[in-house]
Design a protein around this ligand. Structure first.
Ligand code: FE2
Ligand code: FE2
Length: 263
């Protein structure tokens, strides 16, 4: 089964009509479209409605999504979820979803840093709450993965579980681009591959410490690295052992940068 993945669409009130030409090619090149959060720019109902319209008009394959931090900005992520769900998008927040024998576990994730630089739950209550949020998201992902009985398993995130795919971003903001706490359940279960976004200026590919492929599919990154090509990554997964193929799609279509600077 061919999976197309992209994150960080950052749909704005002015985005009407802009996404359709970018995503129309997905129908010919993939069987499922995965959306890795920051679907809207401010988490507004108007933005979600525009996105729902664009997806309905352009995409004829199943769509599975997680939200990103931008989708929370207006304090009504449940409205974003409702509008997308009504448009047929399966939005995961610690849930698992199966399509044709492939299991997808989705959660937004959170930040907190990587490796030895991972923020610890120590000191002020605010620091402990921050770390608890990351732990809670890791537990959500773990729960979703544990429910999957499929041979092939995919982890769908907004934040990165590894440092490798956020390399290229300023050193000062690494802590806010993801956390190794998300890597533990991914290695433990283990999944076939991970897709995430959020790091607009990160790196395309990395691996977890257990060797699981991790793809950063933030749209601004894909547009920058593969100019003139459709802004989604296509990777093949089978019910048997996983085989990675092609990478980015071949047929060129017009590109239009839609990213923002702040993840
Ligand atoms: Fe983000
Ligand atoms: Fe983003």
């Amino acid at each position: 089964m061919r999976l197309a993945a992209v994150g960080d669409l950052h749909v704005k009130k002015s985005s009407q009509g802009q996404l359709q030409p970018l995503l129309a090619a997905v129908n010919d090149h993939a069987d499922v479209l995965l959306l890795c959060g920051d679907l809207t720019d401010y988490g507004l109902k108007e933005e979600a409605t525009i996105l729902a319209r664009e997806l309905t008009a352009a995409v004829r394959i199943p769509i599975v999504a997680v939200l990103g931090n931008h989708d929370y900005e207006s304090g009504q992520p449940e409205e974003v979820v409702r509008i997308l769900t009504e448009a047929g998008v399966k939005v995961l927040d610690g849930e698992a979803h199966e399509i044709r024998g492939v299991g997808i576990a989705g959660a937004k994730g959170f930040s907190g840093g990587f490796g030895r630089a991972t923020l610890g739950a120590w000191g002020e209550p605010a620091t402990k709450r921050f770390v608890q949020e990351a732990l809670d998201e890791a537990i959500k992902l773990e729960g979703a993965l544990a429910r999957l009985r499929t041979e092939s398993r995919i982890a769908l995130l907004h934040y990165s579980p590894v440092r490798m795919t956020v390399e290229g971003e300023p050193e000062e903001i690494m802590t806010f681009l993801g956390t190794s706490r998300l890597e533990e359940p991914i290695n433990r279960h283990p999944v076939d591959m991970v897709f995430h976004g959020h790091a607009h200026h990160g790196s395309l590919e990395g691996r977890t410490s257990a060797g699981i492929p991790v793809y950063n599919v933030a749209m601004p990154l894909l547009l920058q690295k593969f100019p003139g090509r459709p802004p989604f990554r296509v990777v093949e997964v089978s019910a048997a052992p996983t085989s990675e193929t092609a990478g980015i799609n071949q047929p060129p279509i017009g590109s239009a940068a839609t990213g923002t600077e702040n993840g």
